[in-house]
Design a binder for this molecule. Structure first.
Ligand code: GDP
Length: 179
């Protein structure tokens, strides 16, 4: 099988978004398939490498978390350099995190090359009921913003795992199809 094979290709994917939207939790849920409630800022690792089979091809993803740098607004262009994909996160219960997506995209756009795959993720959907009523950021809001910047879009929960594997796979599939 493909389990011990060498990946055909490695893609760099970086996470951005306001502090607290759930990037570290998403990374942990994706890699370990579990929700961890607390992370010590100092043990925040820079990246994780994860192999997966996409459309019958073994590829590897190098997933970069900001390791808390966004709290100090110190994310440099170096962080985005040579990124094949960028995942921009907001929290569906936080209007400000949604509004800040535009600022994140602006700072990203200075540092990336054409062809970088962008994906918008509305995280923490487990905190909402089934109805759209009373939601701070609706699915429609998310989809509209994603459309504006030609991004993939997915609503996720790093807590329940909803959409986590699926969104990374959607990103990986598009990356593999490119070039
Ligand atoms: P980061 O600063 O973007 O890396 O965010 P963290 O992963 O540290 O998460 C911030 C807080 O939100 C922590 O208390 C997490 O446990 C919580 N959190 C993250 N993702 C979710 C989620 O999908 N659902 C819920 N209910 N809480 C979440």
């Amino acid at each position: 099988g493909l389990a011990n094979a060498t990946p055909e290709r490695l893609f760099k994917v970086v996470f951005v978004g306001d502090s607290g939207v759930g990037k570290s939790s998403f990374m942990h849920q994706f890699c370990k398939r579990e929700f961890r409630a607390t992370f010590a800022a100092t043990i925040g690792v820079d990246f994780q490498v994860k192999s997966l089979v996409v459309d019958g091809h073994l590829i590897a993803l190098q997933l970069w978390d900001t390791a808390g740098q966004e709290r100090f607004r110190s994310i440099t262009k170096q962080y985005f350099r040579k990124a094949d994909g960028i995942m921009v996160f907001y929290d569906v219960t936080s209007e400000i995190s949604y509004k800040n997506v535009r600022n994140w995209i602006t700072s990203i756009q200075e540092g990336i090359e054409d062809g970088t795959v962008l994906m918008l993720l509305g995280n923490k959907v487990d905190l909402l009921g089934d109805s759209e009523d009373g939601r701070v950021v609706t699915t429609k809001d998310g989809a509209k913003l994603a459309d504006e910047y030609d991004m993939l879009f997915c609503e996720t929960s790093a807590k329940s795992g909803r959409g986590v594997q699926e969104s990374v796979r959607a990103m990986a599939s598009l990356l593999r199809e490119k070039e």
